[in-house]
Each structure stands twice: as C-alpha cells, then as structure tokens.
Design a protein. Structure first.
Length: 320
C-alpha cells in the first residue's frame, strides 16, 4: 500500500534543501518566499508583551494606545518585507572563465517588473559576506557570488539565497535558489620558467631565408649587444629570463604546441605547461596550433583562438 503525502514536491525539496538546478528566469511567487521574525523582531515582541502587561495591570490608556500602535506597525512591516522580494524575476548572468585556483564569480540578475522600488535586497552564499542592491522600478540589477575552484573542467554554481529585512529589520524574508549556471575552469598555468619551444616552421618556399622586421619568428637567448627594443620584456617580467625577439620578413611563422613535446610528465602537468605556452604564444602574437591526443586545433591567433585552445585543455579527458 503506497501512501502519498498531500504536499507539493517542489515545496518538499525546498524545505529540506534538496533543490535541483533551474533554468531562469525564476519568478519569486508567494510559494517561494518565506518569512520569519529576526532576533530584533523577537525582542520587539517581548517588549510589546511587557508593555501590554503593564498597561493591563495599571489600566494605562496611553499605554494601550502606544502598544497597539507599535504592534500594528510591526504587522504592516510584514507585508512590506514580503513585497520587497515577491515577483522579482531572477536569471543567470554571464560568467567569465577562470584558471584553476582562481575564484569563479557567478552573476545573478534581478529584474523588478513592478512600479515600486525594492530596497536592500541581499544575496548570500555559504559564509561569504552578503552583497546588497536597490532595484528601481522596471530596471535590472546584478549581484555576484564566488565559488572556489580547485580543478579544471566545468564548475556548476551552488545554491544561494536572496533575502531582505526591509523596512524595519523585524522580519527576515528569503528565497533559496539554484540556477543552472556553470563556469569553465582552465588548467592552472605552469609557474616554471619554461620558454616557448623554438621549433618554428614558416610556410612557403624560402621561408626563414633571412631576417627582417615584418613578422615575429620566435625567441632566442639574449646575447650582449642585442638591441634593447627587441628584448622580450614580458617574458623577463614573468621571471623567465632574457630573450631576444626574432623577426622574419617572408612569412608568418607557425608554432605547434604538441602533447608529445612533454614526455615523462603527468597528464595534468602537461596540460599546465601547454596552458602556459598558449598564453605566452598569444602574448607574443604567434600563429600557433595545438596537438592533443584526442583533437587538433589548426593554426590561428587572436583572443578567439586562444579561448578555443584553453577550452580544449580544460575539457581534455572529461565527458561533456
């Protein structure tokens, strides 16, 4: 015999914090907003009870007036606190990729479709300090929370809470949410002073037949007497030593970053080193490609090519 409780499943999950991620926007209707007295609200209630007891014992007419005036003000504040969250539309904002070890910052956008402003709406996550915002009528405001990252791949956002204690701080209204948000985490760049591999290839006949000042061809160790204008100062600032930029006047050089260039290293160490080389190659303006055991990214350059390479490193060996 199966017994079913007459309770909504979504409400059951919210009560016991068993929430599944939801695709936004999520509207905070009356079933999603909860409200309870704060510590100050409980103390205020005890004070009202003491005032009422004194007014009854001593038959104080003005005491009755003051007690019921303050009590009615507290009751009205319940509606204002609840209304400050009700009917807000919550959606996920854009999340920028990060490297492993950096905090992933998730964005939550709050849209106020009503004609009244919403004041002191806060977002709390784990033990982080809450972030507050005022939302004007018909406007959208974004709040943020961060999640620590330890490994590469996709990182799913965690559950967070929207809350308010406006206007008097006597009541706490909140709503727990778990939006379907994710962030891609790139491998941690290798911190070793490993210069780019100098095995550059130039396409076309006669490539590399002479030196010019048109196209960047790679780096070589610095020799006394080299022009200071051709020193790779970015590599020196990272503590990789002094290198001199070489230029080719015939064709743009091709640099291949290959998984097989790093024998004897563990997989994560290889990904970390390749990640560092991708960043260095992009900073040097090289035309580079990436060879991995499961895929090959053809030669390219620019921010979009760098993003594709870093994403391939982040998702290597991970089921998507």
């Amino acid at each position: 015999m199966n017994l079913r409780l007459p309770i909504d499943r979504a409400l059951w999950r919210r009560i016991f914090n068993r929430m599944e991620s939801e695709a936004g926007p999520v509207v905070l209707d009356r079933k999603r907003v909860f409200i309870l007295p704060t510590r100050h609200g409980l103390m205020f209630s005890l004070a009202l009870l003491a005032m009422l007891t004194g007014s009854i014992n001593y038959n104080l007419s003005l005491g009755y007036v003051l007690t019921f005036l303050l009590g009615s003000m507290a009751l009205v504040s319940i509606l204002h606190t609840f209304r400050n969250l009700a009917q807000l539309a919550v959606s996920a904002g854009k999340t920028a990729p990060v490297f492993a070890g950096q905090p992933a910052v998730f964005t939550v956008c709050l849209d106020n479709p009503g004609a009244l402003p919403r004041h002191a709406v806060g977002l709390s996550h784990a033990k982080q300090p809450p972030e507050f915002a005022d939302i004007a009528p018909g406007r959208t405001t974004c709040l943020h929370f961060s999640v620590a990252t330890a490994r590469r791949g996709w990182l799913e956002a965690e559950r967070f809470s929207l809350f308010t204690q406006f206007p008097l701080g006597l009541f706490h209204a909140w709503s727990n949410l778990h939006l379907a948000m994710s962030c891609i985490v790139y491998p941690r760049p290798d911190s070793a002073n490993a210069p780019l591999p100098l095995s550059l290839q130039s396409p076309g006949e006669g490539a590399g037949a002479g030196e010019g000042v048109d196209d960047f061809a790679g780096l070589r160790p610095y020799h006394p007497g080299d022009s200071l204008r051709q020193v790779a100062w970015k590599a020196a600032a990272r503590g990789q030593g002094l290198f001199t930029k070489q230029f080719s006047g015939n064709a743009r050089p091709e640099l291949w970053l290959d998984w097989e260039m790093l024998p004897g290293m563990a997989s994560e160490e290889r990904l970390s080193r390749l990640c560092r080389w991708v960043l260095d190659a992009d900073a040097a303006g090289l035309h580079y490609g990436l060879h991995l055991p499961d895929r090959t990214l053809e030669l390219g350059l620019g921010q979009e090519h760098q993003r594709r390479c870093l994403e391939a490193l982040a998702l290597f060996g991970i089921d998507q």
